[in-house]
Design a protein around this ligand. Structure first.
Ligand SMILES: [Zn+2]
Length: 220
């Protein structure tokens, strides 16, 4: 918690400068990112990753410069989510392998609200300084949500970060939005839980501990 508090202080101090830079750069130059080394998460993964017979998606993790976030630390967090037994790999068909290449299948970018709006806005998405988006191979995560969670999500911040990663990576895997299947059920990870839970219970994972998909009816 101490580290998080310090991080927020740094972030708040950086915002005015960054906002100026974004404004000045609206002609097309985007903010700068630091990319985590591929071996950061790979080291943690060596124990368990088995990619045989699966579709392998490479991914890299990037943090915007000036946010005070440590790219290696955030990469470990993302990797833990992607390789969790309740994550997307539970389908037995997909595996995630860390990369630090621009050619990665997926780039998780953690950025200030202004940069999120800029990157997502280029694709016509309105993130309003508040939410995350996925554009092509980029999962763009709003620093505000990453560090302070969502009012709709009562669980620990680690769980909310898992929800962000699982939801946006779910889009990259081709999944659309889902709704609450019935009152009291776990909210599908592909539900837009930040907009309200419709009687469901907040949930960060696509699969339960027994490997069952916790889904709901698709949003038309
Ligand atoms: Zn979504």
């Amino acid at each position: 918690m101490i580290a998080l508090g310090l991080g927020l202080v740094v972030v708040l101090a950086a915002v005015p400068l960054l906002a100026d830079r974004i404004k000045a750069a609206s002609g097309g130059v985007s903010a700068r990112f630091t990319t985590a080394r591929a071996d950061t998460a790979a080291g943690a993964a060596a124990a368990g990753a088995d990619t045989r017979g699966r579709d392998v998606l490479t991914y890299r993790v990037q943090v915007e410069e000036g946010t005070g976030l440590d790219a290696e630390h955030e990469a470990r967090t993302v990797h833990e989510v992607l390789t969790d037994p309740r994550g997307w790999t539970a389908d037995g068909e997909v595996a995630f392998v860390p990369s630090d290449s621009a050619a990665a299948d997926l780039s998780v970018k953690i950025a200030t609200p202004a940069t999120v709006d800029l990157l997502c806005g280029r694709a016509g998405l309105d993130t309003g300084g508040e939410v995350n988006c996925r554009v092509d191979n980029d999962v763009v995560v709003n620093l505000k949500r990453w560090t302070s969670g969502s009012p709709q999500f009562p669980g620990p911040i680690e769980e909310y970060r898992a929800l962000i990663v699982n939801h946006e990576v779910g889009h990259r895997l081709g999944r659309g939005h889902e709704t609450c299947p019935r009152a009291g059920a776990p909210a599908p990870v592909m539900m837009q839980q930040i907009k309200g839970l419709e009687g469901c219970v907040a949930n960060a994972w696509p699969y339960d501990a027994d490997g069952r998909y916790m889904g709901g009816p698709p949003v038309p």
